[in-house]
Every structure is written in C-alpha cells, then in structure tokens.
Design a protein around this ligand. Structure first.
Ligand code: XUL
Ligand code: MN
Length: 351
C-alpha cells in the first residue's frame, strides 16, 4: 500500500500488553483478552496487529484444521470491525515440548517435522487473517553446548525448512527476525547479515526478507540503524521491531528511544530517507511495560514509543541538510556532532 512520505502505519502484538511476570516473579497486572487488546490498539491510534499463531488460535495443537480456520476467521472479523489489519503471524516455535531443543534444527527428525507442520498451519492462519507475511524468530535454533548441534547442518536445515514453506504456499512471504542469544547461548542465525545471506540460499529469495529489532542488533553489538541500512540496501527490510535496550543485558524490550535518543533518531532517519513503508512495510513496536507499572497506564510504553517515533521524525525532517553537507565536505565532524546534538536537544545552534 502506498504512503506519502512521512506517513507510517504502526503495529504491535498482543504480547506487548502483558501481566509483568519475569523469571523472578509472578504476574502483577490483570490479563486482558485478545478482543480487548484489539480494541486498545485502535484506541491508541495503531493501524495493525501482529500475531503469534496461538495468539489468534489458542491451544492450536489440540484443534482440527477446520476449527483453526474458523477461529482465525473470528479474529479476522474482530480486526475488520475495528478497521485494523493483521501485519503478520509468527509460529510460536519456542513454547511446546516438541521444540525444547529447537524447531527446524532439532536433532530429532520427528520433532523437525512437527515444526514444519506447525509452520504450515501458521501460514494458513496468516492467510485467513490477511497478514502481509509470516515472521520467524528462530528462538531455539542454536545451542547451549556448541557440540550438541552441527552448525553447518543447522544452516542447511533452516534453509530446507524455508524452501518447504515457500513451496507450500506460492504466495507466502517470510521474514526472518534474527537475535544473537536468549533463550539459547549461541544462535545459528544471529544477525541480519546472516538472515540475508540465508535468504539468497532459498528457492525464491525475493519472498524472503527480514525484520530488524533494535534490541537484537544492540545485543549483537551492532548499530540498529546500520543494520536497517544494510537490509535496505538488499531491499530486504520488510518490518521492524523498534524498542530500546540498556546495553548488553537480557533482551529488555524497553520503550523506543528511552536509553539512546540519538540511536533512535538514526533509525527513524534511515527509514524515512529510504522511503520505508512505501510498499506496505509497517513500523512495529516490540516493547514491554516495566514490571513496576500499575494496571492503569499499562499501554503507556506503546503510546510513548509511537509518539517518540513521530517526534524524531520531525527532527529528521527539520535537520539542516545543507549545513550537514557543508560540514561533511570540509570534514569537520566535530562540528557535525555538535550540530546534531544541538538539533536533538532543541537548543539554538550557532555555527
Ligand atoms: C523475541 C522477540 C519476539 C518476536 C515475536 O525476542 O522479539 O517477540 O518478535 O515472536
Ligand atoms: Mn521482536
């Protein structure tokens, strides 16, 4: 869908309104049903919703294909009623007993088949929801003990799985969301560079792209805006999960721009300058409320992230490009840095 420059469609997933449980403590907020979350998305000014397969159809392993399709159609009607679209569906391949040791790279052939069958169901759900693509976060495709999996064979197994998906549905588009670690110690496809390389190994590279998450790039020690630029240069940046991260810790999924506004600015800038969104790409937010947040205000991280993106977009559009070019031409990067920070802080710049 075409958009004018500077106009974006925003999305998030039901998991982004959560109860605040963490590995060290139980939930602290009340659960909200999917219907309520869809209504909240509309109220917050969002345009679309991202799904895991079992967000749309809970307990899907215990349901027939006909039941799954019927329930997905009910969710589609909820979206239609609110005037919202589904952005994507992602198979939650890190939850079930079958995927304890990974999905497509599992050492057990029967369990690898479970992962493929489940992904085909996810593709069917996505088609009913009308999503643009499926997203593969390759959560457990890696190891805790390097010798436990053959790393070369694992790459080829993921490629074979992608080929089977591409063959299953000639229209499906697949986005890989890489992450270097967590829950595994070491991921087989840890960065966007790996994901893009893998896409070219498939039977139809044009239908395999990627989703760049800010926190995942930071966890890999990379600048997220450079990662986005790399994927844009390959015409493979189809979705983003904007958020923030306080350095090399666990995956924090904090509000966009809360730690490093300048890094956030450069992400918005690269998206805007290269017309991200012109071909239907979404600005997805993968943010979590802090556990300290009370029930009231449990969506503030979402509205603030969206608001901050729009503030930074204003900064991108009002940047003095002529001055920037002049400073680059005379190689005065100290002055360029001074100008950029003045601009971001909203203080008067005098050259
Ligand atoms: C995991 C992650 C997931 C995916 C959706 O770190 O980012 O939320 O984005 O499955
Ligand atoms: Mn994500």
């Amino acid at each position: 869908m075409a958009k004018a420059k500077g106009q974006y469609r925003f999305s998030f997933g039901p998991w982004n309104i959560d109860e605040g449980a963490d590995p060290f403590g139980p939930p602290v907020r009340k659960p909200q049903g999917l219907a309520k979350k869809i209504k909240m998305a509309k109220k917050l000014g969002f345009d679309g919703v991202q799904f895991h397969d079992d967000d749309a159809v809970p307990d899907l392993d215990s349901k027939s294909h006909a039941e799954i399709v019927k329930e997905a159609a009910q969710v589609r009607r909820m979206l239609d009623r609110e005037g919202l679209k589904a952005e994507f569906t992602a198979p939650r391949l890190w939850f079930s007993p079958e995927t304890i040791d990974g999905a497509y790279t599992n050492n057990n052939a029967r369990l690898r088949k479970y992962a493929i069958d489940r992904t085909k169901i996810c593709i069917d759900i996505n088609n009913v929801l009308g999503g643009s693509w499926i997203v593969l976060w390759l959560a457990r495709e890696g190891s805790y003990v390097r010798e436990s999996k053959n790393p070369r064979e694992s790459v080829l197994r993921i490629r074979d799985a992608l080929d089977e998906m591409l063959d299953y549905d000639p229209k499906v588009r697949i986005l890989i969301e890489p992450k270097p670690n967590e829950p595994v110690d070491s991921a087989i496809i840890p960065t966007l560079g790996h994901a893009i390389g893998l896409s070219y190994m498939t039977i139809d590279p044009d239908r395999v792209g990627c989703l760049c998450e800010t926190a995942h790039s930071l966890l890999a020690g990379l600048d997220p805006s450079d990662d986005m630029a790399y994927a844009l240069a390959h015409e493979k940046l189809k979705s983003v999960h904007l958020n923030d991260q306080g350095g090399l810790k666990f995956d924090q999924d904090k509000t966009f721009g809360c730690h490093n506004l300048r890094v956030a600015f450069n992400q918005v800038r690269v998206l805007e300058e290269y017309s991200y969104g012109r071909n239907g790409e979404w600005v997805g937010l993968d943010v979590k409320a802090m556990r300290t947040q009370k029930q009231r205000g449990n969506t503030k991280h979402l509205s603030t992230s969206r608001e901050r993106f729009l503030f930074l977009l204003e900064k991108v559009c009002t940047l003095d490009k002529k001055l920037e070019a002049q400073l680059i031409a005379v190689r005065d990067y100290e002055e360029l840095d001074r100008y950029i920070v003045c601009h971001l802080m909203g203080v008067k710049y005098s050259g």
